[in-house]
Design a protein around this ligand. Structure first.
Ligand code: ADP
Ligand code: TYD
Length: 207
């Protein structure tokens, strides 16, 4: 049976993760791989319900600690029902955001809660991606793109550009902390150029 691979996309809001994940899925299918795409928060029925709780409403709707619990609960359901079964079937799982987003958004945005995020991750999730593609992006451009979408899911975008700037620096630091699995790509290019780079990078990993 083919060996599965768990590949995540990370980066600030509006960096192009969702666009690139879909492009990569198409490219890998053409290469002959069995691919599924999924996202966090969400990716299973229960986790999609939790998604609405955490992404809609006022920025102060939840404390950072409560958010860690909600995102981790969603992730546990997503792992059990979507990610682990697909990996066991030898598929390539492409996931839009994962635990590194909790390390950043809940771990850094309101005080230093990184240790708590890691503890809960070890207790309840216990698995890292095989490969993480970080799409690095100017925070102002990312936020403008994200704001252009006009959805109800704006709790984090409403924290503003300071948060985006902090998240960008945090993701770059994380890429050094987990250098083995991280690949950092420049998102300030055309969609086609970024897509070629993502495909080349992931193909090299899979080979
Ligand atoms: P994310 O999932 O990281 O929030 P998206 O893929 O949803 O980002 O992209 C946010 C917006 O920016 C979308 O409207 C998308 O069409 C646009 N976009 C994505 N990549 C690029 C790019 N390289 N250049 C210009 N616009 C882009
Ligand atoms: P997403 O839909 O990927 O937003 P975008 O397309 O704008 O990047 O994620 C929605 C928001 O959820 C995003 O602002 C980051 C936040 N988030 C967390 O705060 N913690 C998490 O663990 C995850 C997965 C996402």
């Amino acid at each position: 049976m083919a060996r599965g691979a768990f590949i995540t996309f990370e980066g600030i809001d509006g960096s192009g993760k969702s666009t690139q994940l879909l492009r990569l899925a198409e490219a890998l299918k053409e290469d002959g791989y069995d691919v599924i795409t999924t996202r966090e928060p969400g990716g299973s029925e229960g986790a999609e319900e939790i998604r609405a709780l955490v992404l809609e409403g006022a920025t102060d709707r939840w404390s950072a600690e409560t958010e860690i619990l909600l995102f981790t609960a969603a992730r546990r359901d997503h792992m059990e029902r979507t990610i682990l079964p697909a990996l066991a079937a030898g598929k390539i799982v492409l996931c839009d955001r994962f635990a590194d987003s909790t390390r950043m958004y809940q771990g850094l945005s309101r005080g230093d809660l990184r240790a708590l995020v890691d503890q809960l991750h070890d207790l309840m999730i216990g698995r890292e991606p095989d490969l993480t593609v970080l799409i690095d992006m100017d925070p102002a451009v990312g936020l403008a793109r994200a704001k252009g979408r006009q959805t109800a899911e704006e709790r984090f975008e409403d924290f503003g550009q300071d948060l985006q700037t902090k998240m960008r620096a945090g993701f770059l630091a994380l890429s050094e902390e987990f250098a083995d699995r991280y690949r950092v790509l420049d998102g300030n290019r055309s969609m086609d150029d970024v897509a070629l780079d993502v495909h080349k990078t992931v193909r090299a990993y899979l080979a």
